[in-house]
Design a protein around this ligand. Structure first.
Ligand code: GLN
Length: 485
């Protein structure tokens, strides 16, 4: 079976294969590898088979097929689906079943996609390693002793290991791009407001964005196009038409400028720096102008993010109290309502989520609000201005996605060190612009080769340009290697 989404769709449409055959092969691969990888929390064998049969019947009846007809897709488990559970990899939502599908899911299903299961994440999408998942750690398909990145690590591992044709992730500070880089696949975070957040369990509402994790830029463009666009259920969704990024994808701009921030060169592993240097030569070779740019606020992105994101999380996660949503304590000692809230939350949330809720509550509390939260919002504005100024000089910004390749499981114990994994990705969300991580070779210094990613960022709503330039890079990179799992 091809791993290319467009190829799979075409083969099903042309009846070279059937949707049922594709889904059966996918389910067989999951059965074989998921015990090691733990990419999926729940697999929808029966529902996926009957969705595939339905697609085959429509094709047999000569009905027009959707853009994703029969394509097996995995969904990060913080995006609600009517089938199965939506747990956010948290005990507090262990048995939560959504009464509705997220808008992104409705659009995928309308295009004919077959939802095969829900993938693991760091609890409530807080983390960069998929070790903070209530259903066990997720493993990197390239080296199962290493993390897949996070928080959409289950989705990235599932795509890399071919346990689906593509997956959805969510990105609040890098959670699509960083795991994509560490697993050697494509991860695309669209502009804030491009894809509806309706049905995405909110973490940092002003930062969150759903996006695709795929084998190729072409697949990412297609999924994006199927999901993007206004939604009456999400008032922050941009009411602007979505350009056709699929048919224009091969039209590489005749001239474009690639910006290289001085601040993106510190503390990276040699393999990461080499991948960026190689990409610079590639873009220079195809006639792009390379410009040095300055993003001095890169370093303060992490501190700004760790005020704004926890502040929003502390408010968003208040609904998981054992009454409105989530696990309710059975402890007899919870006699008052407050005790019931406190005990349910203490039992249901893991330590990292509790840390963020406390941090967020602190920065929003009277007396600290001005010093932390308001200050962070002011810096957010400056970061936005800094990008605006940079995009006067260039069309895309090139740099690493993550400073290093995948690190060993249990190898990063300091939470601050973990937060630093997102140094190149958080500001994309803070500024609300778009970014994509592309596979860019391997770090060969460890016992097994580990994928390395490069990131391209572009101005808000510049997805057509971003995707064309990313595709030009991908074309030259040629066929991708696959992990042996
Ligand atoms: N790793 C970052 C965090 O822990 C970003 C997570 C995300 O994008 N959801 O918050």
């Amino acid at each position: 079976m091809s791993s290319d989404l467009v190829q799979i769709r075409n083969d099903i449409r042309d009846r070279t294969t059937t949707a049922r055959e594709v889904v059966d092969q996918t389910l067989a691969r999951i059965a074989q590898s998921n015990t090691v990888l733990n990419a999926y929390h729940e697999v929808f064998d029966d529902e996926a088979r009957s969705a595939a049969d339905h697609v085959d019947q429509e094709i047999a009846a000569g009905k027009p097929v959707g853009a994703l007809a029969g394509v097996p897709i995995a969904i990060k488990d913080n995006i609600v689906t009517r089938i199965g559970r939506t747990t956010c990899s948290s005990r507090i939502l262990e048995n939560y079943r959504s009464p509705f599908d997220a808008t992104a899911i409705v659009r995928l299903v309308n295009a004919g996609a077959v939802i095969v299961g829900k993938t693991n994440l760091d609890e409530f999408a807080m983390g960069s390693s998929c070790e903070k998942c209530a259903w066990g750690v997720v493993r990197n398909p390239w080296d199962s002793t290493r993390v897949p990145g996070g928080s959409s690590g289950g989705s990235a591992a599932a795509v890399a290991a071919n346990l689906c044709a593509a997956a959805l992730g969510s990105d609040t500070g890098g959670s699509i791009r960083q795991p994509a880089a560490l697993c050697g696949v494509v991860g695309f975070k669209p502009t804030y407001g491009r894809i509806s957040r309706y049905g995405l369990v909110a973490f940092g509402s002003s930062l969150d964005q759903i996006g695709p994790i795929t084998h190729s830029v072409r697949d990412a463009a297609l999924l994006y196009q199927c999901m993007a666009g206004d939604d009456p259920h999400d008032s922050t969704c941009a009411p602007r038409p979505v350009e056709d990024v699929v048919t224009t994808l091969e039209e590489t701009p005749k001239s474009f400028r690639v910006g290289l921030p001085a601040q993106y060169r510190k503390g990276n592993s040699p393999a990461v720096d080499a991948a960026v240097a190689h990409a610079v030569e590639f873009f220079r070779g195809m006639g792009a102008t390379i410009v040095d740019i300055d993003l001095p606020l890169t370093d303060v992105g992490i501190s700004t993010y760790y005020v704004i994101a926890p502040a929003e999380a502390s408010s968003n996660l208040a609904r998981f109290d054992g009454i409105r949503y989530g696990h309710r304590t059975k402890s007899a000692s919870a006699k008052e309502l407050f005790d019931l809230y406190a005990q349910s939350r203490a039992e249901g949330f893991g330590p990292e989520v509790q840390r963020r809720i406390m941090l967020g509550t602190y920065v929003l509390s009277a007396g600290y609000y001005d010093a932390y939260y308001r200050r962070a919002l002011q810096i957010r504005r400056l970061i936005k201005h800094e990008f605006d100024a940079a995009f006067e000089k260039c069309d895309v910004i090139l740099g690493p996605t993550s400073p290093t390749a995948a690190f060993p499981i249990a190898g990063m114990t300091d939470p601050l060190a973990m937060y630093m994994c997102d140094v190149y990705t958080v500001n994309t969300n803070i500024a609300g612009i778009c970014g994509i991580s592309l596979p860019a070779g391997f770090d060969e210094t460890s016992s097994k080769p580990l994928p390395v990613g490069i990131q391209l960022q572009a101005q808000a709503f510049a997805e057509p340009t971003l995707l064309k330039i990313a595709r030009a890079y991908e074309r030259v990179q040629g066929g991708r290697a696959h992990p042996k799992i």
